[in-house]
Write a protein that binds this ligand. Structure first.
Ligand code: OKP
Ligand code: ZN
Length: 345
């Protein structure tokens, strides 16, 4: 299938991530792109292209304008304030503080716009995030116009990013931006199937009150896993969106059988919804060897997953979310794409 990728995504290259009380080398590293590209190139089965530039309008159709402005200038403001290290959010407008005030000071703004504290800002993050959304949009546009599959090698990922918050390695919600773009291009309905190990809290939040985007997420039970405060089974959408959000929280350590059974349930819902485009938030941190995940999916099983998704017979844009730099990351992604194509072969 058509693949979109860009070296610009590697401009996000933060030094640190707050992890277990230490600042470690970020798990969400530029190496991931190289590893996945290497596997795709070795296979030779999928053509790889640069995305085109869609500008800021599709971002503003989903994200808060002041949030966009914040991300565009955060690093420079931070440096101009005399700081040396990478900013980690240190205070956030939590439950007993006001969240209606946007502080003037950059440290206050960072906390205001953060939903988690593991993700440091860094030079190049904004440029990489712009490229990531262009990759998502290119993949979505290809899938829509050709009525086929496409893969966007997005980085940074997007599914934790809310309308006005970053965190969980995410800045712009690529899947949400692509879905909204497809609607603006004239399709009536889009479905987003999130199969990353973690709940797609940002995507859920963005579309929670809408009936034109069905959001389904398979993930580790948030009672025991990041993002902890969203992703429970009783969150089914509200207002006009009631019934258009579905979560499939699975116990930590879940087997492939359990996971695949949840996928079948979610695909049945996709089928009855009849979307004009299916976006798959593709995280391969469901892999048994992933450093952040606890599920048991094996490399050889990703092919089956791709094939099952293809059986929905919808134009489909796969967008990369998580899945960390273990040797098999490339093969796991390749397996999904090959499996998808094998359905039509
Ligand atoms: C991003 B994506 C380790 C906990 C992990 C961040 C997880 C972000 C996952 N201290 N915290 O959905 O793969
Ligand atoms: Zn994840």
């Amino acid at each position: 299938m058509q693949v979109y990728s860009s070296a610009q995504t590697k401009l996000r290259n933060a030094h640190g991530e707050l992890h277990g009380g230490k600042i470690i080398q970020p798990l969400e590293s530029p190496k991931r792109v190289d590893m996945i590209l290497a596997a795709l190139q070795r296979s030779g089965a999928h053509g790889i292209r640069e995305p085109r530039d869609y500008g800021l309008a599709p971002v503003l159709a989903v994200h808060d304008p002041q949030y966009l402005e914040f991300l565009a200038h955060a690093w420079d403001e931070w440096v101009q304030s005399g700081h040396q290290g990478e900013p980690v959010p240190t205070i956030v407008p939590g439950r007993n503080l006001r969240s209606s005030k946007i502080p003037a000071d950059i440290a206050g703004k960072i906390g205001f716009y953060a939903l988690a504290t593991e993700t440091c800002l860094s030079p190049g993050t904004y440029e990489a995030a712009l490229s990531s959304k262009d990759i998502a949009l290119s993949a979505a546009e290809y899938a829509l116009t050709r009525q086929q599959g496409a893969f966007g090698l997005c980085r940074p990922p997007g599914h934790h990013a809310a309308r006005d918050q970053f965190g969980g390695y995410c800045f712009f919600n690529n899947a949400a931006i692509a879905a909204q773009f497809a609607l603006d291009r004239g399709i009536a309905k889009a479905a987003i199937l999130d199969i990353d190990y973690h709940h797609g809290n940002g995507t859920q939040q963005i579309f929670y009150e809408r009936s034109d985007v069905l959001f389904l997420s398979l993930h580790a039970d948030p009672a025991c896993e990041f993002p902890y405060y969203l992703g429970y089974a009783d969150e089914r959408g509200s207002g006009a969106g009631a019934g258009f959000n579905r979560n499939y929280p699975l116990a930590k350590g879940s087997s492939s059988e359990v996971w695949l059974a949840a996928l079948e349930e979610a695909l049945l819902r996709v089928h009855s919804f009849q979307p004009g485009l299916l976006i798959v938030s593709l995280g391969v941190d469901t892999y048994a060897g992933d450093p952040l995940g606890t599920f048991a999916i094996q490399t050889a099983e990703y092919r089956q997953i791709g094939k099952r998704i293809a059986a929905a017979q919808l134009p489909t844009a796969f967008l990369l979310e998580g899945g960390y730099a273990v040797e098999e990351i490339g093969l796991n992604v390749l397996g999904v794409l090959d499996g998808f194509d094998s359905f039509y072969a």
